[in-house]
Write a protein that binds this ligand. Structure first.
Ligand code: ATP
Ligand code: MG
Length: 399
């Protein structure tokens, strides 16, 4: 049930109230509850100061105390409890210069981004909705709290958040809010790339990304983002949810002469590796013409990666990237091949480099890597049995 998480957290709110302060559920959890969507985490807003919250609860973690946020640990769960806050001036289009703790809920919700995110809810599920957020949810509208242009000028991340919410929720962006997005988009150049990437990743994974991608182009969003700004993003087609890594691989594969440095995006090395792996895989799929080669592909890249690529075949094909002939490469064939693999990794080979060196009485070198790869391929292709004596015979005959 959708109420469960709130009921679990209710004792925290009750305890704050018993100590003479106000406390409400706030933000995404209330929005999602009112929309009947699954709730992932619960945020609490309170009139109590961070020190007062620490005094009330036995187990707290001061994760963002200077901004008013204390984690309250209750029944092994973490709850973010944030003091009502008003914000000072914004000078750099991304962060207020100072925040003030206040005792009035209205001042706290007034600084929030969208009306749907500014609804406070009590433990008995009554809402305090100063800006008509519930009506906007019912009308499926994304509307800023207060004048849109001002709110986006203060913090340009709100523009991306609005587009991200549209992609996740399928709402319309109210006319003035959209106009202001257009007017203030250039301010996103002040945002850190890390925060942009967080929002963009969520946006791309949103169910309604097909409706939002054209807006990103219309708003010239990519013009202000490192790396992306060098690519012709209007040549890229996206009409279904997609991972950031796959999008990057498509861009780089389709526009190889663009010299964007992936490092500018400050994504993890693991993500970069995934991008490069997709890129290599596209090359292989392009030239794949027989089942034998597919076996090696399934072995090298694994089932989850290939399966994901096939799920995305429509997007890839629209972007003129081949996913192989559907009669050869399909979900059924790759699963069957995978289940049939003689070995699943290099260490499964019944021989190792040391034994090969001993057998051939040779010194190690780059050639050994090639030999091991050839053995691996021969085993995968059923040309060689995975038995040490057989492999030794093969090595003596072939090296
Ligand atoms: P999600 O479901 O993705 O967590 P959310 O709305 O809860 O969405 P959070 O980033 O968790 O988003 O932020 C919690 C709340 O804090 C928001 O609902 C909103 O009220 C407020 N908020 C977050 N970022 C901003 C911002 N840049 N400007 C103003 N208010 C913000
Ligand atoms: Mg949240």
């Amino acid at each position: 049930m959708n109420k469960d998480l709130f009921l679990k957290a209710a004792p925290i709110l009750n305890q704050i109230q018993e100590n003479g302060f106000e406390a409400y559920y706030i933000g995404g959890s209330v929005r999602d509850y009112l929309m009947n969507r699954p709730i992932h985490d619960i945020d609490i807003t309170t009139s109590a100061s961070p020190d007062e919250i620490e005094a009330i609860f036995d187990h707290t973690i001061p994760i963002g105390k200077e901004h008013g946020t204390i984690n309250v640990v209750y029944q092994n769960e973490n709850y973010e409890v944030t003091t009502y806050r008003a914000e000072g001036e914004y000078k750099d289009h991304r962060r207020p210069d100072e925040v003030f703790f206040v005792r009035d809920l209205y001042q706290d919700v007034e600084r929030r981004d969208f009306t749907m995110n500014a609804i406070a809810m009590d433990t008995d599920f009554t809402i305090r909705d100063y800006f008509g957020g519930y009506e906007d949810i019912k009308q499926k509208r994304i509307v800023t709290v207060g004048p849109a242009e001002e709110r986006f000028t203060e913090d340009a991340l709100r523009i991306l958040r609005g587009l991200r919410f549209k992609s996740q929720l399928g709402f319309e962006i109210e006319t003035n809010t959209y106009k202001a997005m257009k007017q203030r988009m250039a301010d996103t150049a002040y945002l850190s790339i890390e925060r942009i990437i967080v929002e963009l990743t969520k946006l791309l994974a949103g169910k309604h990304v097909a409706q939002v991608y054209p807006l990103l182009l219309e708003l010239h969003f990519f013009d202000y983002v490192p790396f992306f700004k060098d690519y012709q993003m209007d040549h890229i087609h996206i009409d279904e949810p997609i991972s950031l890594e796959l999008l990057l691989a498509i861009m780089m594969y389709k526009q190889p002469n663009t010299n964007g440095a992936l490092a500018d995006l400050k994504i993890s090395n693991e993500m970069k590796k995934t991008v490069k792996m997709y890129d290599m895989l596209f090359d292989k799929l392009e030239t794949l013409s027989e089942k034998k080669a597919l076996r090696l592909l399934v072995y090298d890249y694994g089932l989850p990666v290939l399966s994901y690529i096939l799920t995305m075949h429509e997007t890839l094909n629209k972007n003129h990237i081949s996913t192989g002939h559907p009669l050869i490469v399909n979900q059924t064939s790759i699963k069957a091949i995978y289940n049939d693999l003689v070995i699943s990794k290099r260490s499964d080979i019944a021989i190792n480099g040391k034994i090969i060196l001993e057998t051939l009485n040779r010194k190690g070198g780059p050639w050994l890597k090639d030999v091991l790869r050839n053995i691996e391929c021969a085993i995968i292709n059923h040309e060689l049995q995975n038995e040490q004596s057989e492999i030794i015979k093969w090595v003596k005959a072939n090296v």
